[in-house]
Ligand binder design. Structure first.
Ligand SMILES: O=C(O)[C@H](O)[C@@H](O)[C@H](O)[C@H](O)COP(=O)(O)O
Length: 253
């Protein structure tokens, strides 16, 4: 069982403030430890929850030059499309902080789902060779410093959905899905062995839509079917898992 902590806030605003402090602290820690900070972004509400980072004091005090940005999952759409996780992150976060553009590793939007997954995995391998990304001594999979996860109301994380075969993927680093229950259907996603090799994972969950899944994962709530484990229950990083919940998300705990 991974080391887990749970933080519950009175409001989404308080959650965003605390998340910025947490990320600032880790950025500093990794700056001192290795002069590099690999960060994985989700889509969805996460980006809005990062809004305090683009304001003082953080926008000025964080050493953005050491940041390297990756995507946990991406939809197979052009980068200019309203569904693009890259566009969401760029508009709300990346365009407002001085991370070197060469350190932002977007998924290739000119390829098919299969092609983009293969290309992203190959790119991650190059970045392992060039020592930007670490490899976990324990799992042999790439080890990101910080993985910022959202969770859907059905307990999905990344593009890893309940009952889907992809939950069992244990060889590939990056894979694809063409029948995602959450639109759009075609997506690319990191796999669980990669997610769980991370040093730190923040599970950022604001809002009451996720309250049932939160109570199943954290509070012994009832599963929709007895044998089914929610994808979020498989999240178990090598380092520390921190839940960031607002009181609506935690209302059924
Ligand atoms: O591309 C995506 O759809 C996301 O990466 C996805 O995994 C998201 O994080 C969850 O669906 C939670 O979304 P919300 O935070 O918007 O509820």
């Amino acid at each position: 069982m991974a080391k887990t902590e749970k933080r519950v806030f009175d409001s989404e605003e308080d959650l965003a403030v605390s998340l910025a402090k947490y990320i600032d602290h880790l950025s500093d820690q990794f700056a001192k430890k290795k002069g590099l900070f690999t960060v994985v972004l989700s889509g969805g509400s996460l980006i809005e929850c990062l809004r305090k980072l683009v304001e003082p004091p953080y926008v000025d005090s964080i050493d953005w030059s050491i940041w390297h940005i990756f995507w946990l999952d991406e939809r197979v759409v052009p980068k200019t499309h309203v569904d693009s996780n890259y566009k969401l992150a760029y508009d709300g976060f990346l365009s407002k902080v001085p991370i070197p553009p060469g350190n932002v590793y977007a998924i290739d939007d000119t390829l098919s789902a299969e092609g983009a997954a293969e290309e992203y995995e190959a790119r991650l391998k190059h970045l392992v060779d060039s020592k930007v990304i670490d490899i976990s001594a324990k799992s042999g999979f790439p080890k990101f410093d910080l993985n910022l996860l959202g969770m859907g109301p059905d307990g999905h994380v990344a593009s890893l959905f309940p009952g889907h075969l992809l939950l069992k993927e244990n060889k590939k680093w990056v894979t694809f899905i063409k029948d995602s229950p959450k639109p759009p259907p075609e997506r690319i996603t990191l796999t669980f062995p990669v997610i769980n090799s991370s040093d730190y994972i923040a599970l950022v969950v604001p809002g009451d839509a996720q309250a049932d899944a939160v109570s199943i994962a954290l509070g012994g709530g009832n599963h929709p079917t007895a044998e089914e484990t929610l994808p979020v229950q498989r999240v178990a990083p090598e380092g520390l898992l921190t839940w960031f919940l607002d009181k609506d998300a935690a209302s059924k705990l």
